[in-house]
Ligand binder design. Structure first.
Ligand code: HPA
Length: 287
């Protein structure tokens, strides 16, 4: 469905006004928790919890281990809005559905976004259970949440993506992992729609294109976030070897969830210090 520019803006305002009533102070950061990373919410004291279905326009995540809840609380001394569960293209949600929560959270004050996901390793130096800092992405979905009528209230028509995962934040993130003694890989995330996994030939092809890992989320969210004016950090939990070589083993969702818990645990240990170290951003408010 194509929404008019006014409808897109109205969609954001409607969800914002419902959420504003439940949030005492502006947010500073947003976290999107990918597969197997939901455990973080046990470590924070929520000020408020809202099911996506209670928020106008929010799609409902149906993916395994994606709860579908927005949690407002404090982490690393920051006021955060945590998306416990995300929407994926493979569930049938449109790019605009996926962009909506990002836009709404930005209007609630958040300027920092930490996006996490599970991903398969195309790079043979990576192992399941590793954490990879996303240095950049390649959007192979053939889709884009900014396609369609535009309104400047959403941000720029042609947002710059040359430093999408801000290099300044990447350096901060690297030093937080170093301080905690947790190894951190670094590389490029290739986003596909799924839900079928890639063939071995596709994996070798995506590797040649420059991808280090491949996954079924993140790229729509980060495009919407850059338009909205977020600074973005991305962390992938490596869950399976996906190099498409002669030894390629079949992938299972059980393996993906088990290793995302291993890598997720490392991410969760570092998140509070990352948020604490993330100094004040300099972005203008687009709304
Ligand atoms: N491919 C795509 N998405 C994924 C994978 C994979 O190998 N592992 C976890 N998410």
């Amino acid at each position: 469905m194509t929404l008019s520019a006014d409808e897109r803006v109205a969609q954001v305002s409607k969800a914002r006004s419902v959420l504003e009533d439940m949030i005492s102070d502006p947010l500073e950061a947003t976290l999107i928790l990918g597969s197997g990373l939901g455990g973080l919410v046990e470590t924070i004291k929520p000020e408020n919890v809202m099911e996506y279905r209670q928020i106008p326009g929010f799609a409902i995540s149906t993916a395994p281990s994606h709860a579908g809840r927005l949690i407002i609380g404090e982490l690393g001394g920051r006021r955060v809005g945590i998306m416990q569960g995300r929407m994926h293209l493979y569930e049938g949600w449109s790019p605009i559905d996926i962009a909506l929560p990002i836009r709404v959270l930005r209007t609630l004050g958040a300027t920092r976004l930490v996006v996490t996901n599970a991903a398969g390793a195309l790079n043979t130096d990576f192992d399941p259970g590793d954490v990879m800092q996303i240095s950049d992405h390649i959007n192979l979905t053939g889709q884009n949440p900014l396609i369609g009528p535009h309104d400047d209230r959403l941000g720029l028509r042609f947002p710059d993506m040359s430093d999408a995962y801000d290099s300044r934040i990447q350096a901060i993130c690297q030093s937080c992992f170093n301080n905690d003694g947790i190894p951190l890989q670094r590389g490029i995330y290739a986003g596909i729609t799924g839900p079928s996994l890639e063939t071995s030939a596709e994996r070798r092809f995506i590797r040649q294109l420059g991808g280090d890992v491949v996954g079924m989320s993140t790229v729509m969210e980060v495009i919407a976030a850059k338009q909205a004016g977020f600074e973005v950090a991305g962390l992938s939990a490596i869950t399976n070897k996906a190099d498409g070589g002669a030894d390629q083993q079949p992938d299972t969702i059980e393996e993906v969830l088990a290793y995302s818990a291993v890598a997720g645990d490392k991410i969760l240990r570092v998140l509070p210090s990352l948020l604490r170290a993330w100094d004040q951003d300099k972005k203008a408010d687009p709304a």
